[in-house]
Write a protein that binds this ligand. Sequence first.
Ligand SMILES: NC(=O)c1ccc[n+]([C@@H]2O[C@H](COP(=O)([O-])OP(=O)(O)OC[C@H]3O[C@@H](n4cnc5c(N)ncnc54)[C@H](O)[C@@H]3O)[C@@H](O)[C@H]2O)c1
Length: 84
Amino acid sequence: MSLTPRPAGGRKAGDVVLIGGGAGFIGSHVIDGLLPGGDYRVRVLDGFVTGLRDNLAYCLDQIDRAEGDLCQLKTVDSAFAESR
Ligand SMILES: NC(=O)c1ccc[n+]([C@@H]2O[C@H](COP(=O)([O-])OP(=O)(O)OC[C@H]3O[C@@H](n4cnc5c(N)ncnc54)[C@H](O)[C@@H]3O)[C@@H](O)[C@H]2O)c1
């Protein structure tokens, strides 16, 4: 399976935007920016190494969550696969 991103502007309705480290400081703010709207689903992949579940508590009903290690290709691969 290829992890090649789509070209800029190539997002389609119903796509999932995968945020690695979304429970962290930067990632949770990226989610804040994405949630106001769009024809996409937001998915977080985080191992909760330093990130806080509390950072996602307010939006749990609006996002998909996957827990795992971003350094493991298999984990990232399956998070992408599930998002298709
Ligand atoms: N966590 C907070 O709520 C918070 C609040 C204020 C300031 N800060 C600081 O802001 C700075 C920048 O924040 P940041 O967003 O770069 O760091 P961060 O530690 O907040 O976020 C990194 C995220 O990536 C996740 N992560 C790390 N390694 C991983 C792995 N191998 N697999 C899966 N997930 C993994 C962590 O669990 C975390 O959610 C940091 O120094 C942090 O201390 C953080």
